[in-house]
Design a binder for this molecule. Sequence first.
Ligand code: ATP
Ligand code: MG
Length: 572
Amino acid sequence: MRWSQYYLFTTREVPADAEVVSHQLMVRAGMIRKVAAGIYSYLPFGWRSIAKLMAIVRRELDAKGACELVMPAISPAELWQESGRWSKYGKELLRIKDRHGRDFVFGPTHEEVVTDIVRHDVKSYRQLPFNLYQIQTKFRDEIRPRFGLMRGREFLMKDAYSFDADDAGLDVAYRAMHDAYCAIFAACGLEYTVVEADTGAIGGSASHEFMVLAETGESEVVRCPGCGYSANVEKASSGALPPPERDGEPGPMREVATPGMTTVDEVAEFLGVPTAAMVKTLIYDNEKEEPVAVLVRGDRAVNEIKLANLLDVQYPVLASDEKVAALTGAPVGFAGPVGLPPGLRVIADESVRDLAGFACGANKADAHLVDVVWGRDVEVGEWADLLLARGGDPCPSDGCGGILEPFRGIEVGHIFKLGDKYSRAMGCTFLDENGREQPMIMGCYGLGIGRTVAAAIEQNHDDDGIIWPLPLAPFSVLLIALNPQEESVRRAADELYDALRQHGVEVFYDDRPERPGVKFKDADLIGIPLRLVVGKKSLAEGKVELSRRRDRQRQPVAVADAVERVMALLGD
Ligand code: ATP
Ligand code: MG
């Protein structure tokens, strides 16, 4: 491709909304153009990289026997009502009406549509198993679209769905997809890790995320260097937290006046105890309007995703001030487990179990209780793991004894064991060997196409621009003609261009009549892995200059050897 004829216009300007480097560089390198918040056009140079990734994805999924199909972006509300997600999905689900006033969905994921296809075609265990995948446009009305392709509203996803007769079959399908994902991310040259994950709105029993390690990643992950346990903090557990030290046995429970002290820090300081020796009582409400009181150690936070899963609700939110006052008899800041109304469900996080003689709100304005003892002063009927894990916590694996380390990652892939969640709800069944009707056992497997390309840039760049890993590079070689108006330069560069193309090399030829400084700056920005420079001076000695974008070490090579040297470097 000759740049003089190509649609690629770079810019020095960093868009104001581009917070992360991959977004800045994708815009500056002419890869994408914003159309609306979270909605982008893929420009030719960007689309080439996307196409490279899609080819790798197809190759690895096909190798596992998965079959590609394409489902529509838009599907009727009835399918979503059948699965129950019409009411459960929330505001991310873009709902639209046709001219007859019928409801439709712009698919954020395709479990419903694929299950509908399969239930029509498949009736017998003999037709199982199989795996269907597509690469297709999704829409999610994200509350905060940002970071360019990383969190768009409209985005490309590879989604695959496996159908098996039983759990053992699902295990095999899940493992195959796990391995395919490892092969894909390795083939892209990405540094990634696999972590345990929450199953979220998709549902199901087990799930793993593929994380590309990056400082700017939106996902927080903890990992144990000892046993290798690693999980998204949305899902992660911690081992039992060591209780804070205390002097002597707790005395009898007493009430202490704490006028105007509504935060754990204020009260702890006033009482002269560590925040870890307090019990925080949070009143949560949700869309079912069934409030609960959650007890957690004073220095820690509740994992609201664990709470949502436990309560089987979408949105646990802290209750309004009025509701807290009505339920506890005290203003916000003074709730505690002792003397809550009997009708209120109370759930204690395991982090408070080992506290001996803790402090907590007294359910009374301007008062706290101290030296409260489980069993003696108060009982809790329900214990659960609701803790938001963090780095420094003990590893939850039995007998490991390691300490969790925090890191950040970009979630590029997410695989789930769905089980019979959708097949049961939607009647996607088959007859087993004994002629009995059974729901199919499903898995689903997502991979963000644009997000993976963005993550690759996040991991591979320097101050001057992108440094493409070869497998995702829009072109392999950038051929630069310095001063192409010089006849000898232009002729030599044209010949090299033709020769490289004849050897099947994807070469981008900068034949523009721009100054050398502009060409080199652009070359650094667009980040093509190999660079071949034809200039008048070296050409006079029969040479051109070859360099890698990664280290920019220039090597003179004889014009006659240039193609061979390029081929050798590409083969490395
Ligand atoms: P997140 O937690 O980042 O919102 P998710 O858990 O909602 O992701 P999945 O439903 O598992 O994502 O979707 C599968 C894959 O699709 C993700 O691993 C990610 O790579 C990609 N993806 C999800 N949401 C977006 C988005 N808004 N923009 C771009 N890619 C996305
Ligand atoms: Mg999401």
